[in-house]
Each structure stands twice: as structure tokens, then as C-alpha cells.
Design a protein around this ligand. Sequence first.
Ligand code: 2ND
Ligand code: ZN
Length: 368
Amino acid sequence: MQDSAPAPLTEEQVRRAPKVLLHDHLDGGLRPQTIVELAAGCGHELPVSGGAEELGRWFTESADSGSLERYLETFDHTVGVMQSAQALTRVARECVEDLVEDGVVYAEIRYAPEQHVRDGLSLDEVVAAVQQGFDEGCAAAGDRIVVRQLLTAMRHQARSMEIAELAIAWRDRGVAGFDIAGAEAGYPPTRHLDAFEYLQRENAHFTIHAGEAFGLPSIWQALQWCGADRLGHGVRIIDDITAHEDGSVELGRLAAYVRDKRVPLEMCPMSNLQTGAAASLAEHPIGLLKRLRFRVTVNTDNRLMSGTSMTHEMWSLAQAFDYGLRDLEWFTINAMKSAFLPFDQRFDLISSVIKPGYAALATEAAQG
Ligand SMILES: O=c1[nH]cnc2c1ncn2[C@H]1C[C@H](O)[C@@H](CO)O1
Ligand SMILES: [Zn+2]
């Protein structure tokens, strides 16, 4: 008889476990050393002058602000050094290298092309430069990772239609979908309804940052007006769930819809602690949402600003909620099922990479 107790986990096992990343910002994941070098090359003035280590600390400390708006201010110093094709290619290539090192087997990486045209690049050149970096990184990694782009439009700007058209123009050349990001309060997703309706007519996929810094109305609009396939964060769906003292739980209509329709939630626990969307990891809604079997996925959001990685997110959750390998496999398969990749490719990654990867780790753990 097989022992049904969850295998005891080590951080090293989590690092080696196959992981899937759906929500990660290219401009939120630079290596501090790369920022120092790119800033020197393009004349961008950094907030501190002491080198990579001090700069890395500056990002995590400044992002740890309790407010999404202040958190977002730190991006001035990553976007500022990502204004040339060479810089974009380098950052994209290093992103793939870092994800491979972290045990990620499939990633959708997002960024806002409209933020990278200050020095004269066209939107098309921006996407091409990032794709070049992803191609180089993936080629160097052999077949260990598959990477796609998601193109983001900034919700306070008015270029979403153009960015949606860009995503369609690149849909067979590395771009898997579309997103909107930026300050949530005051900028409802319905401002960009024309872009979402266009994408729906094109049979395209999109996710919307919603329910992070603003509550249920934002999630409701993202799903019921805009037709989002997935929710970026979506943590505030917890506001539509009542936990009674006797242990029973009641879902409001929106929460029930999200669970019934298997709407993927791109949860980013460490980022939520920094922006104030959750008070502590132990109190993070991910614990209850997983127990209620919402389609929860685990993500990094911004590896630089949160000083995080997929290994760190999953290892921290494992410690906070006593998760074992099976729970991490569940998150990973949830994410792979929710990817904006064709069904046959998702199926193949689940059956030939993810399941065998977790099975091998479970065998290893059982053998001590
Ligand atoms: O967690 C986030 N919420 C909303 N916007 C975000 C978040 N993380 C990054 N962004 C913004 C800042 C980036 O410059 C932009 C594109 O990646 O997306
Ligand atoms: Zn995000």
C-alpha cells in the first residue's frame, strides 16, 4: 500500500519541481546588476549610487509601501533603462535564464510596449526586441522552457486599442495574449471596452489586473463587461465569501460565478503583502480559496520588487499552509490548464513534463 501522507518538502525540491508562471512583469524582474550597467550606458539616473546590492535593496524596500500607487513608482527605474532594442533583448534573455534556474517550464511574461517608445522605438520594434531575447534564452535552455509574451496596456492611458491590435499582429510570433495594468482605483477596465470587444471578435485571450487594489466592482466589470479569461490577482473576491463561525462558507453570486466557471486567479502572494492587498501570508485569501477549490494559480508578479521567485512563492506558501508536493502540483496543473497556449500544447506539457516531474520528486521523497 502506498503511504498517502503528503511528502515532506525541502526548498531544493520546490526549486526542482516543474513550475508554471502566468503573471510576471518583464519590467519587474530585472537583475539589479543589469539595471546598473544599462543605466550607466544610457545616462539614466538611479535613486542610489552604491551598486547592485544596494539597488536591489532599494527596490524591495521602496516597493514594500503598503500602496499599489507607491509600489508602481519604482518602475520608473526599470522602464527608464529599457528604451533600446539591445536593452530589451538583454532583459528578456536574462529573464528566461533566471526562470530556467528557478525551475519554471512554462511562462507568460507581460510588459507594456507603450512604455518603451520614449527614445524612438516603434511598438513593433519593442515587441520584436523582446521576442529576440526570449528566442535567445529559450534556444540556450534547450527544450527546458516555453515562453510567451503578453502585451499590457496601461489602464490610465488611452492606447489599449493599439496594443490589442499589436497583440493580434504578433499572435503567431510569440504573443499569447493581452492585459491591462497600472493603478486600479479610478481606472475601471470598462475604459478599455473597445479593445476587449475587438479581442473577443478576434478569438483572442486576455487577462485583466482586477481585485488587487480595488474590490468586487472591478472584478465584476473585468468578467461581465469585458469578458476576461483570467483575473490578475483577483484576491478581493474574498469580499464576496462569508465564513461562518460553525465553519460553513457562503459564496456570493460573483464568487460562485468565478468558482463555477473555473475562472483562473493569478495570485501573487508576496506582491500582495507589499501593496497592502493582504496583511500577512497566513491571512492571505489563497488559503481559503484553495480549500474551496477555486482555480488558484501561484505567480511572482515582480521578482525584483518583491525579491521573489516561483520557488520562493511556493516554498513560502508551503510553510505557511503546510502544503506538500501534491498541493504544488495542483497549483501548477491549474496554471498550465489556464495558459493562453493551444490545448494540445498545454496537454502535452502537463502529461510529459509536469506530472512526470512531480512523480519523480515524490518517488525520491518516499525513498528518503
Ligand atoms: O501588481 C500590479 N498591479 C498593477 N500594475 C502593475 C503591477 N505590477 C506591475 N504593474 C505595472 C507596472 C509596469 O510598468 C506595467 C507593465 O508591466 O505593469
Ligand atoms: Zn501584475
